[in-house]
Design a protein around this ligand. Sequence first.
Ligand code: ATP
Ligand code: MG
Length: 443
Amino acid sequence: MNEDKDVAACGKVTAVRGMNDMLPTDAVLWAHFERVARMVLRAYGYQQIATPIVEQTQLFTQGIGEVTDIVEKEMYSFEDRLNGEQLTLRPEGTAAVVRACIEHNLLYDGPKRLWYLGPMFRHERPQRGRYRQFHQLGVEALGFAGPDMDAEIILMCQRLLDDLGLIGGVRLEINCLGEAPERAAHRQDLIAYLEQHRHLLDAESTRRLYSNPLRVLDTKNPELQAIVIGAPKLIDYLSESSLRHFEGLQALLKANNVPFKINPRLVRGLDYYNLTVFEWITDKLGAQGTVIGGGRYDPLLARMGGKNAPACGWALGVERILALLTEEKLVPEDEGCDIYLVHHDASHAMVLAERLRQTGLDVILHCSVDGAIASFKSQMKKADASRAAYAVIMGADEIAGGTVELKSLRTPDGNAGKRGWQKTVAIADLVDVILDDITSAHD
Ligand code: ATP
Ligand code: MG
């Protein structure tokens, strides 16, 4: 048939460059990260929110700002073939969360603490720690104006990094971007300064000289570092109230033993930040060292058509955190199921497996690979390889006698070698015997 020919002619289809599969071997690490993260988010009273992966392009051009890496060159945008709408795969989470809050009037009964987790899409040059589909865990605290909220969201990062065992390998940098008029005064002087050094700027910085000069300070070009260091510093232009906010944050961080460094050149890639910005950085992942970035974005809600409300948040690059966990050898063991059920009679075995699952035990039921019943020996090999804690063996004699053989394959709480005992257990007692054994192994 034609269709078959087409498939054959295409050959093997691979994943899109820069977009990764999560394989079962990665899943253990992902699950570990998510478990720890959810506990931390709960500990601070954050509620989950999820928004669609596709949004109207305008959400991002308006929300993130036209003169940013993301909007200028990284967005996957397309026209909906059916109705001509301009759409974009979300490159970040904040704009959409703010849109959802405005659309559903979520702040009507007071401020909200929210979190999200999901894939983001940016058309970047793929390399270690930089992908075209990657995942962000983010929090947004909406409706809180004081530096106490800036401190809270930073403390959450510290707790999460600490609970993951990563706190020793990361450092916190903070800065204050002030408010628009303060940045305008600084901007004027900065442009004048950069104009004096115009002949030394690279193409990107020249292009940004007038459109977004603050971003010139964020350049990754090592040849521009001397110019960057000598540039007028925003902190010298901050108003009293901005400085008070910044000092308030620093006092709270100190009171909570959060070490930090002020980095006057920290500006962050997105347009909408004011006052506090911060990054958690590691030296262990090469060039892609920022693992969490965040800050305050008080102007964004009004700018997106909502009621004026202060807000701040952060986004964590999940792949970078997982890479760090791997680098630090903090990958948890794959625990395996409780039971591998070995049998020669699928109908009896399947009924027993369902009964066991109903009590909360995890069961892998041996299923035929080639339609034939495998020998007990080969099933036992599979049981061992499955990393299950126990094998339950159901032979014809046992079925007749209402019993099974229970074999311990390893300690239920981990991997401390096989234990290897085996005993005959009445089916009616099986769950109790297993649960008792698990409990005694944990004592
Ligand atoms: P970078 O300077 O590395 O490009 P960014 O400023 O663009 O980062 P944000 O938009 O602040 O990053 O996103 C927050 C976090 O998301 C980053 O600190 C990083 O951990 C992660 N991240 C951003 N882009 C990517 C990507 N392409 N691949 C993997 N992780 C990413
Ligand atoms: Mg980027």
